[in-house]
Each structure stands twice: as structure tokens, then as C-alpha cells.
Ligand binder design. Structure first.
Ligand code: ADP
Ligand code: MG
Length: 501
């Protein structure tokens, strides 16, 4: 009997030891896998580091690259394209003007009516039409015939008696594909992007093609302005606020333009405008500097993209890419440990995690982070994970977005530095007493990433204050300017119209 008792006691002790060893073992294992994950996170944080010192280097690099791009063709990764827009709407424009906006999935037709005195813009019905898929790879004739027909229908509906009676109207055309401008109203298509591919259009004057198509429909309308969406945003911003000197788009892609003195555009010496300035389209998505904090995820994303070595800045900051950077970090962590389960094939699919979904996870305010859990499950195929793991995902989103927003802030301040509007008096200037009297400076901002993503916006503003200091930062105002790509084109047409007195 006694032996049995001893035997049972020994067995219990052995089982207890095994269980205890299991628990400890699992703990050790757990600790091991978290250590590996934390190391990946730490590496990410370090590689994404954007101290004020580093941001100031980016500010300087942007200003220096702008100089180089203005000095010679190919002098910088910044193309610094001339737009020939030398006159921005100031609120005194009058009359009815049309605009067409082609550059994304939708094509839009609109008209505006202006009454001077910075009157509010009376916008006629905007018509949004999907571009029929077959036209995106058809012929130039077919595409422009579709555009001109849509405009004609729009005008017929609107009863514009001036056009119907044969009078002439002006039209602004926002054509957001790379073009080489020859004047404000003419430009040659360099290449198609965004799924369009119409071989017979490349090398042709886009405005001329449109005018021919409009004439064949009996429309007496001239293309007064051929612009891109950034220029439209600047124009609309300037219409409402004369202190607007630059515009930035932060949406699917990113770009910026600003007002430059014509004598600073060295690559076009002798360029004359009555105003002495011209809007320069920076194509800043292609900006590059060794000071940009780059990670292995950025390098892989670039290699896997359809345009490697191109649009380096854009790939770190715009809505097209942020979600995919986060996906790549999660994928790497899932390869290092099983905190995301046993590996999901969806996690390997490029662009499956979009930036709006990433933002939703980042801004999940619930205590148990249930939006994070839902998106991990539904989008990335990762089943239920611990709260600690969900918190880790929020942290990854935070690191990626904070870097992007702070780099945009540095980019904007690079432009202001080039313009001598950052309170330091230009690229080589030093801070002086005039800081205090720095001119009020407005930057028009458009794009879904900035307008819809609160954390992105807050990080951007925070970095501006950190770089400029609170006093100077008060003079720099970012103003959301919605629908510049449509209305802005009509406004540029208005301000360059010969009918306008
Ligand atoms: P586009 O740049 O295509 O002309 P938008 O300016 O509307 O269009 O920007 C759309 C982009 O903004 C989307 O591709 C997405 O990356 C980003 N975006 C839209 N909504 C959100 C959101 N809620 N949070 C974060 N990013 C968003
Ligand atoms: Mg847009």
C-alpha cells in the first residue's frame, strides 16, 4: 500500500515536472519568437528614423535638387517642367469657362461661371464618366471623339447660348499624363501611364487633337490651358487666397508645383513672361536623396515594381504604396515567427493591403483592436491573433505613416526654402530678424491620403512645426483645395482667356 502511495506520488511529481518544463519551454519559445519579432520592429524603426536633423537635410536636398533641375535639362531627378502658366487666377475673372479632366479612371466635364470679386464659383453639373475600357487602347481619334462628344452633350444639356450661337468659349484641359509643353495651350504627349496605351498619340500635340475633335462636333471652343492636376490645385488655391504659392497632391501618387521667378529658370534663359514668374511642375515623386531613410522593404518594393529606380520619393510617401510597405513588414515577421499563425498565402500578394485599410487599422480606437483583427483576417487571411500582436500591427502602421508624413513636410519646406519663404532667406541664407516678419505663405493641398487620414495629417503638421519652430510655422498654412484638377483648369483657362479684360 505504502509502495503504491509512493509510486503515485512519484508519477504525479514526474507529470508535474513535465508540465512545468512544457510551460517553461513554451515561455522560452514564446520569448524567443517575440525577441525575433521585436528585432524586426526595432530595425524598421531605426531605418525609418526621421529626426529633425535628418528632416532638415531632406529640406536642403530638395532645395538643392530644385536648383539643379532648373539649371539644366536632366540636371536632377526633379524634372522641374515648365507649365507656361504665368498668370494665376486672382478672383477678378468673369464669364463661363469649360474644363475637361482626364487622368484617372474617370473622365470629367464641367463648366464654371464667374462674376469677379472673388465670387464663389458657380459650378455647373459636373459629369463624371468612366472612360470606356476599349478606348484606353484604341486610337487617338476614337478617344478624342469620345471626349468631344461628351462635351457636346454636356453643353447641349446646359443651354449655353453663347456656344450654341457660335460664340467662342475657353476650355482648360487637365491632362494628367507626362507631356512636354510648348506653350500654355499646347503640349506633346511623352508617354501614356495608368493603363492607357494609344500608340498613335505619342508625340502628338494633345490640345490640337482635342481642338480638331471639338471642331468636327461643331463646337467653337479653344483650348486655352493644358495643365496637370497639381497646377489646377494651385490655381484654385490662388483664386481663393492670393498668398497661395505652391500646391501638393498627396493621393494615390504625389506631385508638387510652385511659383518660380522666370530668371531662376536657367535652362530656359531669356524666358520672358509679363508677370516675371511661371508655375513649375516639379514631378517631385521622382525626388531622391541619400538622406531619405530607406528600408529593405522600400528596396524590395522598388525592385518588384513596374518602374524600378523611378519615383523613389513617391514610393515612400503616397497612398499607392504605404499599405504595401506595411504588408511587407508583416510578411517578414511571419517568416521569423508564428505570431501571425502558420503563414497565409494572401500575405504574399502585392498590394492586397491597401492604404485605406492600413489607415483603418492604424486608427482603430477599440480596446481590443477589433478592426485590426478583422482586416488581418479578411484581407490578409491571418486568423485570430493575440492583442499583443494586434498592437504590433498598429505600431508598424504608425512607423510607416509617420515617416511618410514627415518626409512630405520636409519636401514642402524644401520648396519654401527654395522660394525664400522658410524664414531663413533662401538656400544659403541664415536665420535673421526678418523671420518674425515672414510673409504669410499658403500651400494648397489635395489628395485622399491627406484629407482622409487624420494621423498622416497630424504627423505632417507636427513635423512642420518641429522643423520651422512654432513662431515661423504660424506663417505657413496648408489649405485643402478640393477638386483643383477640375475647377482649377477652368480657372486657368479664364485667367489666360483673351476675352477676359
Ligand atoms: P487620386 O490620387 O487617384 O486622384 P485621391 O486624391 O482621391 O485620388 O486619392 C486617393 C488615394 O488616397 C487612394 O488611392 C488611397 O491611397 C488614399 N486614401 C483614400 N482614402 C484613404 C483613407 N481613408 N485613409 C488613407 N488613405 C486613403
Ligand atoms: Mg487626383
Amino acid at each position: 500500500m505504502g509502495r503504491v502511495v509512493v509510486g503515485v506520488a512519484v508519477s504525479v511529481a514526474v507529470v508535474a515536472c513535465i508540465v512545468a518544463a512544457g510551460v517553461v519551454g513554451r515561455r522560452v519559445q514564446n520569448r524567443g519568437k517575440w525577441r525575433r519579432v521585436v528585432r524586426v520592429l526595432k530595425e524598421l524603426e531605426e531605418a525609418c528614423e526621421t529626426s529633425v536633423g535628418r528632416l532638415k537635410q531632406v529640406v536642403d536636398a530638395m532645395a538643392v535638387e530644385m536648383h539643379a533641375g532648373l539649371a539644366s535639362e536632366g540636371g536632377s531627378k526633379l524634372k522641374m517642367l515648365l507649365t507656361y502658366v504665368d498668370n494665376l487666377p486672382d478672383g477678378n475673372e468673369m464669364g463661363t469657362h469649360y474644363a475637361l479632366d482626364l487622368g484617372g479612371t474617370n473622365f470629367r466635364v464641367l463648366s464654371i461661371q464667374l462674376q469677379g470679386n472673388r465670387s464663389s464659383i458657380l459650378e455647373h453639373d459636373v459629369e463624371r464618366l468612366p472612360v470606356p475600357q476599349h478606348l484606353m487602347t484604341s486610337t487617338g481619334n476614337d478617344l478624342f471623339d469620345f471626349i468631344a462628344s461628351s462635351l457636346k452633350e454636356f453643353i447641349d444639356k446646359g443651354n449655353d447660348s453663347e456656344v450654341l450661337l457660335g460664340g467662342k468659349r475657353d476650355l482648360g484641359f487637365t491632362f494628367s499624363f507626362p507631356t512636354k509643353q510648348n506653350s500654355i495651350s499646347s503640349g506633346v504627349l511623352i508617354k501614356w501611364t495608368k493603363g492607357f496605351s494609344i500608340g498613335d498619340m505619342v508625340g502628338k500635340d494633345v490640345a490640337e487633337c482635342l481642338e480638331q475633335a471639338m471642331t468636327s462636333k461643331g463646337l467653337n471652343i479653344r483650348v486655352t490651358a493644358l495643365i496637370n492636376d497639381t497646377v489646377g490645385t494651385l490655381a484654385l488655391g490662388h483664386y481663393h487666397d492670393a498668398d497661395t504659392v505652391a500646391a501638393v497632391i498627396i493621393g494615390t501618387g504625389t506631385n508638387a508645383c510652385y511659383l518660380e521667378r522666370t530668371d531662376a529658370i536657367i535652362k530656359c534663359q531669356g524666358l520672358l513672361t509679363t508677370s516675371g514668374f511661371m508655375v513649375v511642375n516639379m514631378e517631385w515623386g521622382n525626388f531622391w536623396s541619400s538622406h531619405l531613410p530607406r528600408t529593405s522593404y522600400d528596396i524590395d518594393l522598388d525592385c518588384d515594381s513596374s518602374n524600378p529606380n523611378d519615383q523613389g520619393f513617391e514610393k515612400m510617401i503616397s497612398g499607392m504604396y504605404l499599405g504595401d510597405i506595411v504588408r511587407r513588414v508583416i510578411l517578414r515577421m511571419s517568416q521569423e515567427s508564428d505570431i501571425f499563425g502558420l503563414g497565409s498565402s494572401r500575405l504574399s500578394m502585392p498590394f492586397v493591403l491597401t492604404t485605406p485599410l492600413m489607415a483603418e487599422m492604424h486608427e482603430d480606437g477599440s480596446l481590443d483592436l477589433r478592426d485590426v483583427a478583422r482586416i488581418l483576417k479578411d484581407t490578409l487571411g491571418i486568423p485570430e491573433v493575440s492583442l499583443k500582436t494586434r498592437k504590433l500591427v498598429v505600431r508598424i502602421c504608425d512607423v510607416v505613416t509617420r515617416r511618410a508624413a514627415r518626409l512630405v513636410a520636409a519636401g514642402i519646406l524644401g520648396i519654401l526654402k527654395k522660394m525664400g519663404r522658410d524664414g531663413t532667406g533662401g538656400v544659403t541664407g541664415t536665420r535673421s530678424r526678418s523671420d518674425v516678419n515672414m510673409k504669410r505663405t499658403v500651400v494648397a493641398v489635395e489628395g485622399g491620403l491627406y484629407t482622409n487620414y487624420t494621423m498622416f495629417r497630424e504627423y505632417l503638421h507636427e513635423a512642420m512645426v518641429e522643423i520651422l519652430g512654432e513662431e515661423i510655422a504660424k506663417n505657413v498654412i496648408l489649405k485643402v483645395t478640393e477638386d483643383g484638377s477640375g475647377i482649377g483648369a477652368a480657372l486657368v483657362a479664364a485667367s489666360h482667356s483673351s476675352n477676359y479684360i
